[in-house]
Design a protein around this ligand. Structure first.
Ligand code: GTP
Ligand code: MN
Ligand code: MN
Length: 587
């Protein structure tokens, strides 16, 4: 039974079904009974396996195809009419050409299968900030993941109307040569084919909430960003919020759930997680910038998650969670991954489905990009504002990445325009530990390089325009770097929970409660402005962490000039001016 009588919705579904030719069509109503029935079916077919009901209640394991384990940026397209609108950092093809190519791949792709119709909401259903979508898919795994990551079902269909994002996903043959993740921003449409991996097939996440939403945000005057949202409660009981953009694998999920150092906890500091990956930001009636997390769950990297590094994330995955591509421990029907503990199981199955003995095998058991899909409500520090339709007011925007030497532990931009510049020059570099070659820089402006649905230079202009509108009420903009290393490549800053020491300074700066000194790149704390109590960090080390090496920064300026050239005439004048100012200050 269709959950809507909306003609536009039904006509589109009919058209997609005529092309893909499924045996039957099933609407996802969001009820626990229906989801439970689907879990049973998927267990029977071997698509998922049920885990230990006592230790991991309601948890399941899934393995993807070996060639299908990550997002595929080289097969991700932005198909707008004019190539110029996609910009130099996105793959592009003319919409008609792409539709024709995809039609061949989708025709008959669901023969013998069921097409599931998932009405879903990004944001609290019915809130003025929510946006709706329908994902059509032939994968039960996708249905079950979408039911964790987004709000799905009848309630969404009831309020949706015909302003919705169309999403079509077919597993087809999981053929990597014909894998496409395609966005038609002008048609509100996403098409994904030949993959079964999360980032490529959970269309609400990167595809909708970042690529399509960033495009919509520019038209409608709001922003969709690759940001965590965090509330920091001080001993006075006042909660201040920040949003932070770091590239993938640079610590958003960790910061979003951090546990304060002991003496902070004793003093009454608390941290509240609003989101760990995506923020939608709008100017509220009060003129301030408000953020909401459009998602309903966490799709986090499993390896490295443990009781020490991120106890809150680990606790979040102890029930109602789907694990993808981790180790299956056969002794007690649980899961394991590298970095969970020092005790890998001996009787196990690795992520490729092969027998695996963690004590004797030289190979990794879990895929490095193995993931957990867990309900946000499981998180011990989930914010009471998580379900608030209006979101939370943002005091600070924080950018960051992995820089072994260049970027200091923290600095503040002089103003919004300078802050946009700081975001536009964001970069991460490979570490000695990972590759042997230190300093291979990948520019990833605002951590949005793979996720911006239009021309990156227009995106920067949109940031500048938002700053104009926010005026004196704009959040302050900062940059952090938890990853400075010493000569031996060892991290100088303890990171994780201790990052609160830096956040304390950042948030105090936003309220005029902390000092700063000027450097060529922006404002920095004096070493005595950061609380080092029980941190194990010497004042001298902190001095080093805050150091700005002008020779390195002059090289950096060269790298930025080269990067900016890609954007030609579209580069906003203010950004090249900021670059010249930085250049002058360094000389
Ligand atoms: P996506 O979910 O892919 O967007 O990435 P993310 O930004 O959420 O990254 P995540 O938190 O999963 O990245 C974690 C990686 O960075 C892990 O290897 C962590 O151990 C490491 N990490 C996180 N925070 C810190 C920190 O403060 N210091 C150090 N040294 N490492 C950290
Ligand atoms: Mn991400
Ligand atoms: Mn994450």
């Amino acid at each position: 039974m269709a959950l809507t009588s909306n003609r536009a919705v039904l006509a589109w579904i009919d058209e997609m079904a005529a092309m893909t030719q499924p045996d039957q069509l099933v609407w996802i109503d969001g009820s626990e009974a229906q989801l439970e029935e689907l879990r049973k079916q998927a267990c029977a077919s071997g698509e998922i396996e049920r885990l230990n009901e006592e230790k991991l209640p309601g948890c399941y394991l899934h393995r993807t195809a070996v060639n299908d384990v990550a997002r595929v940026e080289d097969r991700t397209f932005i198909c707008c009419k004019k190539q110029e609108d996609a910009g130099p950092t996105n793959h592009w093809m003319a919409p008609q050409e792409m539709y024709a190519k995809l039609k061949k791949l989708y025709t008959g792709a669901m023969k013998g299968r069921t097409m599931y119709v998932i009405p879903y909401s990004m944001g609290v259903v019915g809130s003025p900030f929510a946006k709706y979508g329908i994902e059509l898919t032939d994968s039960i795994y996708v249905v079950l993941n979408m039911a964790i990551m987004t709000r799905v079902g009848r309630a969404v269909a009831d309020v949706m109307g015909d302003d919705f994002v169309k999403g079509l996903h077919a597993k087809a043959d999981i053929d990597p040569e014909n894998r496409y993740i395609v966005h038609f921003p002008e048609d509100n449409t996403i098409m994904s084919v030949n993959s079964g991996y999360g980032g490529n097939v959970l269309l609400g996440k990167k595809c909708f909430a970042l690529r399509i939403a960033s495009y919509l945000g520019r038209q409608q005057g709001w922003m969709a960003e690759h940001m965590l949202i965090l509330g920091v409660e001080n001993p006075q009981g006042e909660v201040r919020y920040l949003a932070a953009a770091f590239p993938s694998a640079c610590g958003k999920t960790n910061l979003a759930m951090l546990i304060p150092p002991e003496h902070y906890r004793k003093a009454g500091w608390k941290v509240w997680c609003v989101g760990d990956d995506i923020a939608w930001l709008r100017i509220g009636e009060d003129g301030r910038l408000w953020a909401m997390n459009p998602e309903y769950g966490f799709f986090g990297v499993a390896p490295g998650t443990n009781v020490k590094s991120n106890p809150n994330a680990l606790a979040t995955t102890r029930q109602g969670t789907i694990f993808t591509n981790v180790v299956h421990n056969l002794d007690d029907n649980t899961v394991w991954w590298e970095g969970l503990d020092k005790n890998p199981p001996e009787h196990a199955v690795d992520w490729q489905g092969r027998p695996w003995n963690g004590k004797t095998s030289g190979e990794k058991g879990a895929h490095p990009n193995s993931r957990f899909t867990a309900p946000a409500k499981n998180c011990p520090c989930i914010s009471p504002e998580f379900e608030s339709p209006r979101g939370v007011p943002i005091s600070a925007i924080v950018f960051g990445g992995r820089r072994a030497r260049t970027a200091p532990l923290v600095y503040q931009s002089r103003d919004w325009t300078h802050g946009v510049f700081v975001g536009s020059i964001m970069a991460s570099e490979t570490t000695a530990a990972a590759t042997g070659a230190v300093g291979v820089v990948r520019r990833d402006p605002m951590a949005m390089l793979p996720f911006c649905g239009y021309h990156m230079a227009d995106y920067w202009q949109h940031w500048l325009d938002m700053g104009e509108k926010l005026g004196g009420k704009a959040p302050k903009i900062f940059n952090v770097n938890w990853f400075r290393t010493d000569e031996d490549g060892k991290f100088l800053w303890p990171g994780f929970g201790d990052n609160l020491r830096v956040l304390e300074w950042i948030l105090k700066r936003c309220f005029g409660e902390a000092e700063a000194v000027e450097t060529p790149i922006g404002w920095e704390p004096r070493p005595e402005d950061i609380d080092l109590e029980d941190s194990g960090v010497e004042l001298d080390t902190l001095r080093g962490l805050l150091g700005v090496d002008t020779a390195l920064w002059r090289d950096e300026v060269k790298g930025i000039r080269e990067f900016y050239q890609k954007f030609g005439d579209k580069l906003p004048r203010q950004l090249s001016e900021e670059l010249d100012i930085l250049d002058a200050r360094l000389n």
